[in-house]
Design a protein around this ligand. Structure first.
Ligand SMILES: Nc1ncnc2c1ncn2[C@@H]1O[C@H](COP(=O)(O)OP(=O)(O)O)[C@@H](O)[C@H]1O
Ligand SMILES: [Mg+2]
Length: 260
């Protein structure tokens, strides 16, 4: 890997990132460059540092050192909401309150929370506010169609199956117009049919121009959908390549595949 790669050509650049917890070097001098418009898989054994890396990327944890860029914009110390407005998307589990809302309202709320309430607009420009609400509703319905949840738009989120809730999480994230999506094990605990469906949705999002970085524990799953696979071990990216290349890489087999 060329560590002097030009950051501009990448959707995401991680440079020499380190995060320690006491004596544990969870992320340890990590370099990672993700090209725009790909589905990139991130695999590695338990404890490799994958989730910690994602928490740092989304701004929930601060690194000890190193830098992160979205495109050519450095985001290393930006708060999470600023990263969201720069196009970084991440799924979160549907919380208790959101379960009491209908599916469509869940999506509308996701978009509104990003806009923020602006009282001046409400008083002075009611027309503009209505127009904005209509746009949000159109976008929500469109997003539900894309992920096959349209029929369930008036259902309470709490009544959805586990798999449908996962799709709803993805829809909520899409309402914020991400260009780069981080997903931590989206296929974990879903049945094979739904896993297949989620994989197809990810491919559709890629066709729309999004870049997707997805952590996956199941090597077979990730090989099927990724353009490029990164292997993390002991806080570092130890290999990257096409799924075919990764399957044959000796370091990968030793660090990971061999112990499966
Ligand atoms: N909040 C934390 N406090 C202390 N140690 C942590 C914390 N989060 C993660 N770790 C440690 O960091 C290492 C990497 O964990 P993690 O990022 O969850 O790995 P992965 O997602 O690849 O399984 C592990 O040794 C884990 O025990
Ligand atoms: Mg993890």
């Amino acid at each position: 890997m060329n560590r002097l790669d030009n950051v501009n050509s990448h959707a995401l650049s991680v440079q020499n990132l380190t995060k320690t917890f006491g004596g544990v070097r969870a992320v340890d001098g990590c370099f990672l460059y993700v090209t725009s418009g790909v589905i990139a898989g991130l695999i590695g054994p338990n404890g490799a540092g994958k989730t910690t890396l994602f928490e740092i990327l989304s701004g929930l944890l601060s690194p000890n050192s190193g830098k992160i860029f979205i495109g050519d914009q450095e985001i290393t110390y930006l708060p999470p909401h600023k990263r969201v407005s720069l196009g970084l998307g991440r799924t979160f589990q549907i919380t208790r309150t959101l379960r009491k809302l209908k599916v469509l309202d869940n999506l509308k709320l996701a978009a509104q929370s990003q806009l923020g309430e602006n009282i001046t607009n409400v008083w002075l420009r009611p027309g503009a506010v209505r127009e904005q609400e209509r746009k949000i509703e159109d976008k929500a319905l469109e997003t539900l169609k894309l992920l096959n949840l349209y029929k369930l738009r008036d259902e309470y989120a709490g009544n959805l199956s586990g798999g449908q809730k996962k799709l709803l999480e993805i829809c909520r994230m899409l309402m914020l117009d991400p260009r780069l999506i981080l997903m931590d094990e989206p296929l974990a605990g879903v049945n094979p049919a739904l896993g297949e469906e989620i994989s197809e949705h990810l491919k559709k999002l890629k066709e729309k121009g999004l870049t997707i970085l997805v952590i996956e524990h199941n090597v077979k799953n990730i090989m099927g959908i990724s353009d490029v696979v990164y292997v993390m071990n002991e806080g570092k990216i130890i290999a990257q390549g096409t799924p075919e290349e990764i399957k044959k890489d000796k370091r990968v087999i030793e660090a990971y595949l061999g112990v499966e």
